[in-house]
Write a protein that binds this ligand. Structure first.
Ligand code: OAD
Length: 229
């Protein structure tokens, strides 16, 4: 039997109940830093130690976090649907929640990559990435994160996946950051779409959108129950 395809775009809000802060709910500061001081290539060139320290802290925190009810419910969906997650998050909570197909748009906190050859990507053992940690070609390793101003290599794949959805879900994202925010535009108009976010609003030009103004833990669990019934 051919399974229906559910494509799910997630953002920081899906991990909020696991204890990871969202970006735009924290008054412009992100864990006490301005984004341009830690999450741009300029920041890396100016002060790589600060950037490494910032991401080391995020990684350390991630080890203390667990997937929440929303991550777990999304993994449940795989029993009945072909489920593809597209996440803007750099945490690994979807994977730890049991989801098997997760496309990361903005990189992964638990990986590093070479500053000389972007195809060289490595898992980070433990929480710390240091100055002097090098790739096999001898250049410094950087966090495997897509910083502001950098290209998003997985966006074409994400757009193609979005165009093939039978059901689309958007969870916990302010839809402020492009190109990810534009993915809804690739979903055919007749496809049912659900937006789960306590601050969710209509999206211009998007049809068939049901807005569920709940936190992910409750909103996703209830929607999954309905879809599985
Ligand atoms: P934002 O911080 O912009 O938006 C978080 C969204 O989650 C908001 O719409 C909140 O209303 C919602 N939210 C808060 N708590 C929630 C909960 N418990 N359940 C569900 N929703 C909740 O985060 P993103 O949209 O993910 O990029 O931000 C996009 C990108 O901007 C991030 O990937 C990051 C950031 O800068 C990089 O790091 C490259």
């Amino acid at each position: 039997m051919l399974m229906k395809k559910i494509v799910i775009l997630t953002g920081a809000g899906v991990s909020a109940e696991s204890g990871i802060k969202t970006f735009r709910d924290s008054g412009g500061l992100w864990e006490e830093h301005r984004v341009e001081d830690v999450a741009t290539f300029d920041a890396w060139e100016r002060d790589p130690e600060l950037v490494l320290k910032f991401y080391n802290e995020r990684r350390k925190q991630l080890y203390e976090c667990k997937p929440n009810a929303a991550h777990i419910a999304l993994a449940e969906l795989e029993k009945k649907f072909d489920v593809q997650i597209i996440t803007q998050n750099v945490d690994d909570l979807h994977e730890r929640g049991g989801s098997t197909k997760v496309l990361h748009l903005h990189g992964e906190l638990k990986k590093s990559r070479s500053t000389m050859d972007e195809t060289l990507v490595y898992p980070i053992e433990g929480w710390e990435l240091k100055m002097g940690d090098c790739c096999e070609k001898g250049s410094q390793l950087r966090p495997h994160i897509v910083w502001f101003g950098e290209a998003v290599p997985n966006i074409l794949k994400a757009a193609e996946l979005s165009s093939k959805a039978d059901i689309y879900m958007v969870i916990g994202t302010s839809l402020n950051v492009y190109p990810a925010a534009g993915l809804l535009g690739y979903v055919p108009p007749y496809v049912p779409k659900y937006l789960i976010d306590p601050n969710g609003n209509e999206v211009m030009g998007v049809n068939n959108l049901t807005i569920i103004k709940e936190k992910a833990g409750k909103g996703v669990t209830e929607l999954v129950k309905k879809l599985m019934a």
